[in-house]
Design a binder for this molecule. Structure first.
Ligand SMILES: *Cc1c(COP(=O)(O)O)cnc(C)c1O
Length: 347
């Protein structure tokens, strides 16, 4: 305990003040124990960092990224945020809410990425909230280069006299990743002030900004905590390379030397049939976390992350004496778009 605590004490300082930023987030988010889930699974000790409680419009991980992205948009005197995502994107919902908070408009492109969806999929959940925030949207078929589509939409708005600021899918560029650099610092500060340290951090990884920001942030403050990303979409190699690429860009932005590819840890065993399609293990994770801890996960991201954590525990990946921190990245507002599958999984 003492050894780890010493090891994990942040040895370097980190200054994010040079980067434009606007306040959107409740932070630091709480770290809570999950005693009943720990007991059910027979250890290790499980804790959860509640980034579902970041506070903006039902919360989630994109709000941390948007503090820096919207900060940059404001610096550029933009009047409309343009972004893209899958139809039930949490990133789009949080961007639409952030635009309202700072008095900008929001225009989004929604990719019909998920096959075989509920009848109400394009109206309920996050889409309902996007509309409530007054965001305008266009649909796109699956498989296009959505960032290129988004940039073209921003160009068209510019030609019409608007001042668009384009945010890539998931807010995952080096600016957005700063939000998770800051989260890494928060976890490191928590260890320093409370003495509570962790052996692993486990989370869902999609567009990569969250994991890249965390790895870059821990590196920047000199805090050694391995970050295991559970892929929600891509095979391991591909996801590792993508996370690594953004980690390097983020470290460069911070003026910190890069890290080797071996620092990026990804498990792709819980993707199931693909992005946005819950596997049986996903639905089990939603149910167990709800019924043991009263915590809502989402069927696209955080429950695949939790299914990974549960699967790794069952495979004996962790020592029973380990303490594992799960990062809850939010997304429960999408549960309603998966009503039929959820109901079927409870019977
Ligand atoms: C976007 C998202 C993730 C994945 O984060 P990335 O930075 O895109 O890898 C995880 N969980 C939820 C709920 C999300 O909306």
């Amino acid at each position: 305990m003492t050894d780890t605590a010493t090891l994990q004490r942040a040895s370097k300082s980190l200054d994010l003040s040079p980067f434009p930023r606007t306040s959107l987030c409740h932070q630091p988010t709480p770290i809570e124990s999950m005693p009943r889930l720990t007991e059910l699974l027979g250890g290790p000790s499980l804790f959860i960092k509640r980034d579902d409680c970041t506070g903006l419009a039902m919360g989630g991980n994109k709000t941390r990224k948007l503090e820096f992205l919207v900060g940059e948009a404001m610096r550029q005197k933009a009047d409309v945020l343009v972004t893209q995502g899958a139809v039930q994107s949490n990133h789009v919902r949080q961007t639409a809410a952030a635009a309202c908070k700072v008095g900008m408009k929001c225009h989004v492109l929604l990719e019909r990425r998920v096959p075989g969806v509920d009848a109400s999929y394009e109206e309920t959940g996050n889409v309902l909230l996007d509309n409530l925030f007054g965001a305008t949207h266009e649909f796109r078929p699956a498989g296009l280069d959505m960032n290129a589509e988004g940039e073209a939409a921003a160009e068209a708005l510019k030609a019409d006299g608007h001042r668009p600021y384009f945010i890539p899918g998931g807010g995952s560029n080096a600016i957005g990743a700063l939000g998770y650099v800051n989260c890494a610092k928060e976890i490191s500060d928590h260890a320093e002030t409370t003495g509570q340290t962790f052996d692993w951090l486990v989370m869902a990884t999609g567009s990569t900004g969250t994991q890249a920001g965390l790895v870059a942030g821990f590196e920047a403050v000199g805090h050694t905590l391995p970050v295991m990303g559970v892929s929600v979409r891509q095979p391991r190699e591909k996801q590792m390379n993508a996370v690594h690429g953004l980690t390097q860009k983020t470290l460069e932005k911070l003026g910190v030397e890069g890290v080797p590819l071996s620092r990026i840890l990804v498990d792709d065993g819980y993707v199931g049939d693909g992005y946005g399609i819950p596997a049986p293990s996903t639905l089990e994770a939603v149910r167990l976390t709800a019924q043991q801890e009263g915590i809502l996960l989402d069927p696209v991201y955080s429950a695949k992350g939790m299914a990974g954590l549960i699967g790794m525990i069952r495979q004996g990946f962790f020592k029973p004496s380990d303490t594992v921190l799960f990062l809850h990245t939010g997304g429960a507002s999408a549960l309603f778009a998966y009503q039929e599958q959820l109901i079927a999984s409870l019977n």
